[in-house]
Design a protein around this ligand. Structure first.
Ligand code: MN
Length: 708
């Protein structure tokens, strides 16, 4: 097609079109593609021109036509998007960018289950519906010229067309484009099947003569008798739909009655039902085959009446009845619908209002038209679609991270995830994924959920798995700690303990199973002494001679009165869990809502200058008797990660009179192990001595009071 022909075509339906822009795009693309050739040997430039030509058939706006001319310049020539913007403006830049991005996507996985996700991905990435229209026209022209390509490429492109692009065309209501795409793909994929369907159709035609014409004539007569003014057309159905039906219903060609379709086109909706009455009055209808898509349109906006009758000459035929407008919507989709809505006004410059209105609705969510509810691309904008390295496609909610992706692939992958690559680059696990990303999950023995992951995930599946994993991990830690604590307490008291022994006294303990008891001790919810006392009643006796220890209940809200100076009268007080203050060190009291004061270290970062109700923190001091409390301090140690180092530390703490109530450890880089101890101590001096001794150990690289 020549330059002037293309411009003429556009001007024919849009006299106000920007001729200068079209000419510039034409010349620019021609120069950019230069001497490039297509597989057919034609100059490459013939391709974008033909694509533009297809779009003139849909009466698209100047920007779309220019985009069609330019659509391969960024991908295949030295042109940059900035060049496009400079010469043609930001709107065309965005459209060309969109088409280029779609072209880069490739469905790598052959699994058909992936096709629907891939279609959604294309829709999600076509933020502007014109991008999709240009892409479909591009694909249509490539299909028309596919016979110049090699066998393998032909099959791949044809398969993709049938799985992805034909259904997309149908989804936005473009029946004509869908039919042609499908037939071309059929020809390349299953040429033998197509040839035999066509051969059968021809033989049928030879046997029956002008059957289509005769049935048309009979229908016209029936309608005329009832005074319905209508246009009647008949055609054979597309070879691929006949072939599909043969496969689906497992019927042979001879049994297949409805290989023909007849169309009755009238002026008004009322006439549709009058025509239906006339047809049903003359012929017997096949039960169960009548469908009213006028009162209930298809999601893509298709409206029509469908019925199957035992028609003239005893043949079962399908009859579709619709208005002229419905006919055009069925053939051209969204474009025709909007052209009709504004009354075909091609001279007042509102020709393309449909595009603008559609874009507007796409941008601002809700629109009144039912079919737009289904056609609008926004419905996919709350999802992201990402590829696995194998090319499988996963749909995730907007805001999903590699962790969500890992759990979507398999829960084991999530549970052993150590990191992620997106499009080949290592990223942080909290990175939000984008459409079309290829995500590779790195896994390893040391992988798996961290508490922070809960904040990064958006899928319910990933969140549930992360929580479960962390819960189990914690429980295991508690069990290990609990056994450790029980061993040491038993050793100190010179008694024995075993899980069997504990089972015998379970009824007197506040937990149902031995494991629960051990875990509760490991978590610090239950004291090991209480368990020992239950197992060895004789210890209780001995303990009475050590009043200090017997009264050393952990200071908590149960007792509600800490030995402190400066507390207001009648107010309960508790030690804050965030910083675990220890007798002897500077403290403040924070008045919480209700009548309770929580006691923090003076340097606790949670206190700040003010408290909840706005009053400054209370100045407090420990009473002398506070030493009788067993307060816990937290100690953080970095140690060599080598056998025996943990044992050496716990022994040393025990020897120094510290009672370990909790141990947590985790690997750090550089062969170091980070260990957190919670130790019951007499006072701050006791704690400082412990820390000093730990620091002196050869295996310890650093020991300090844990902040908060
Ligand atoms: Mn192209």
């Amino acid at each position: 097609m020549r330059q002037y022909e293309l411009v003429e075509r556009v001007k024919a339906y849009d006299p106000a079109a920007d001729e200068v822009l079209l000419n510039r795009a034409y010349v620019f693309a021609m120069k950019a593609h230069g001497s490039q050739k297509r597989a057919s040997g034609d100059p490459y430039f013939s391709h974008p021109v033909e694509v533009a030509g297809i779009l003139t058939g849909l009466k698209l706006d100047t920007a779309s036509i220019a985009t069609a001319l330019l659509h391969d310049t960024v991908e295949d020539t030295g042109t940059s998007l900035d060049d496009i913007e400079k010469l043609f403006g930001i709107e065309i830049r965005r459209l060309v960018d969109g088409v280029t991005k779609l072209s880069k996507l490739e469905l790598q996985s052959a699994r058909t289950a992936q096709a629907e996700n891939f279609r959604k991905l294309l829709l999600a990435m076509s933020v502007d519906i014109r991008v999709l229209l240009v892409k479909l026209a591009d694909r249509l022209h490539n299909m028309r010229t596919l016979h110049f390509c090699g066998e393998e490429k032909r099959r791949r492109i044809a398969r993709e067309t049938i799985d992805i692009y034909a259904p997309l065309a149908e989804r936005i209501g473009m029946q004509g484009m869908k039919d042609e795409l499908e037939d071309l793909a059929f020809m390349h994929l299953w040429p033998d099947a197509r040839a035999s369907v066509i051969a059968r159709l021809e033989r049928l035609r030879a046997d029956d003569g002008d059957l289509v014409l005769r049935i048309c004539q009979a229908l016209r007569t029936a309608l005329y008798k009832e005074g319905v003014d209508a246009e009647v057309n008949g055609r054979e159905k597309a070879p691929i739909s006949i072939w599909r039906k043969m496969q689906r219903k497992n019927v042979s060609f001879e049994q297949l009655s409805d290989i023909m379709a007849f169309r009755v086109v009238v002026d008004t909706v009322g006439s549709c039902y009058a025509a239906l009455g006339a047809v049903h009055g003359e012929y017997v209808m096949k039960p169960g085959r009548f469908k009213d898509f006028i009162s209930t349109p298809k999601p893509n906006g298709y409206r029509s009446l469908h019925t199957t009758i035992i028609g003239p000459e005893g043949r079962a035929v399908e009859v579709q009845i619709r208005t002229r407008e419905m006919q055009e919507v069925a053939e051209l989709g969204v474009a025709a619908h909007w052209a009709y809505k504004q009354g075909n006004s091609s001279t007042d410059g509102t020709q393309y209002r449909w595009i603008r209105e559609l874009l507007d609705i796409l941008e601002h969510a809700s629109g009144p038209e039912e079919f737009l509810e289904h056609t609008k691309l926004e419905m996919f904008q709350d999802q992201v679609f990402c590829f696995s390295p194998k090319g499988d496609l996963y749909a995730l909610p907007q805001g999903a991270t590699p962790i969500d992706f890992a759990y979507a692939v398999h829960s084991d992958i999530g549970d052993s995830c150590t990191g992620a690559k997106v499009d080949g680059r290592i990223v942080q696990l909290r990175t939000k994924l984008d459409n079309g990303n290829q995500v590779e999950i790195l896994t390893g023995k040391s992988g798996g959920p961290r508490p922070s992951w809960e904040r990064y995930v958006v899928t319910a599946r990933a969140r549930a798995r992360v929580r479960r994993f962390l819960r189990l991990q914690k429980r295991n830690e508690y069990l290990v700690n609990g056994r450790d604590v029980l061993h040491r307490v038993a050793q100190r008291e010179g008694v024995t303990w075993s899980e069997k022994q504990m089972e015998a006294v379970l009824p007197s303990l506040p937990y149902a199973t031995v494991d629960d008891v051990v875990a509760a001790i490991g978590e610090g919810k239950l004291s090991a002494r209480q368990v020992m006392d239950a197992m060895h009643p004789e210890l209780r006796h001995a303990a009475e001679e050590r009043p200090n220890e017997e009264t050393s209940v952990r200071p908590s809200a149960t007792d509600g009165k800490l030995p402190l100076r400066g507390l207001p009268e009648g107010v309960a007080s508790t030690l804050a869990r965030c910083c675990n203050p220890v007798p002897g060190e500077p403290i403040v009291g924070v008045v919480r809502t209700g009548r309770e004061v929580s006691i923090h270290r003076a340097d606790c970062p949670n206190v700040g200058g003010r408290t909840e109700n706005g009053s400054p923190p209370l100045e407090l001091d420990w009473e002398e008797t506070a030493r009788q409390l067993t307060a816990s301090g937290r100690v953080r140690v970095l140690t060599m990660d080598q056998p025996g180092s943990l044992g050496a530390m716990t022994t040393l703490i025990g020897n120094q009179g510290g009672n370990i109530t909790m141990i947590q450890s985790g690997k750090r880089s550089g062969g170091l192990l980070e260990v957190m101890f919670e130790v019951e101590v007499e006072d701050i001096d006791h704690l400082r001595r412990l820390i000093g001794t730990l620091q002196a150990m050869p295996v310890v690289s650093q020991a300090s009071r844990a902040r908060g």
